[in-house]
Design a protein around this ligand. Structure first.
Ligand SMILES: C[S@@+](CC[C@H](N)C(=O)[O-])C[C@H]1O[C@@H](n2cnc3c(N)ncnc32)[C@H](O)[C@@H]1O
Length: 258
């Protein structure tokens, strides 16, 4: 068991929450979590974050600022139930085309149903694949987004180099992820909420505390803001910056393929 944050030097590939697992073992464990939670995923996001995740995701898409013209394509990796993709289509007044990629068919199925209900399924494509091995040609997309996904991907540096590969020159990388809380009192409140309340809410709503223990533990093991920025820069991205949301509970990292 290891509780320390991993760094820019790695460690997430063998970390399943606080458990150390052998190389190659993390992905099937992560997949099992998301197969279990898919049906209640959106509801649980609201309950766990008090709706804050909606504001962070809105801010992500505002920063992305998708153009209101056709011919602009985004790839939303670990796109799950389509939260980011639906926002991008909306913000572009239906002009953008978004490919939602996720390794988990159960999550994508929820996304497909949502897109059809909203009548925007013509602007979205759903692809079941691994972020570490994107089934696209080099220089295909204008933007690459990933929200609350990268810490679940075992080999983060491989996913980042795949992001760089599939982006067109001038393309934008944006990653929203839980991060390190930097405000003194907030960090203790957040700690108590994460480790006491969230698994209990998970248990009450889904009957499954374990999946939510993984969630909070994986957040604690993910590299802090500056370390993750270094990893993004190392993958080849330029002008890497980030902004914290809610005192660092989440951080939005940005980079450009220049
Ligand atoms: C916490 S959910 C985020 C979903 C969505 N982006 C959101 O913000 O609501 C994490 C997602 O990462 C996906 N995932 C985990 N490992 C992956 C991988 N190697 N490649 C692609 N997706 C992966 C999971 O299946 C899950 O849907």
């Amino acid at each position: 068991m290891t509780q320390q944050r991993t760094t820019a030097e790695g460690g997430m590939e063998t970390s399943f929450g606080y458990r150390d697992v052998a190389e190659g073992q993390k992905q099937p464990l992560v997949d099992a979590v998301f197969h279990r939670v898919a049906g209640r995923y959106d509801l649980m996001n609201d309950l766990m974050s008090g709706g804050l995740h909606r504001l962070w995701k809105d801010a992500m898409v505002t920063w992305l600022n998708p153009p209101r013209r056709g011919g602009w394509n985004a790839l939303d990796v670990a796109g799950g139930t389509g939260d980011i993709a639906l926002r991008i289509v909306d913000a572009s007044d239906g002009a953008a085309f978004v490919t939602v990629l996720d390794i988990n068919g159960s999550m994508l199925e929820v996304g497909r149903e949502r897109a059809a209900r909203k009548g925007v399924d013509g602007r979205l494509d759903f692809v079941e694949a691994n972020a570490e091995e994107l089934p696209f040609e080099d220089e295909t997309f204008d933007a690459y987004t990933i929200a609350f996904g990268i810490r679940n991907v075992p080999r983060i540096e491989v996913a980042l180099s795949e992001a760089w590969r599939v982006l067109k020159p001038g393309g934008r990388f944006l990653c929203l992820e839980f991060s390190e809380v930097t405000m003194p009192i907030l960090d203790r409140v957040y700690e108590a909420w994460s480790f006491r309340a969230i698994p209990q809410i998970g248990k009450a709503v889904t009957g499954d505390a374990e999946s939510y223990e993984y969630l909070v533990e994986s957040i604690r093991r993910f590299p802090r803001q500056s370390d993750f920025a270094a990893m993004i820069a190392r993958a080849g991205f330029s002008r890497v910056t980030w902004r914290d949301f809610s005192g660092g509970i989440a951080a939005l990292h940005s980079g450009w393929k220049l």
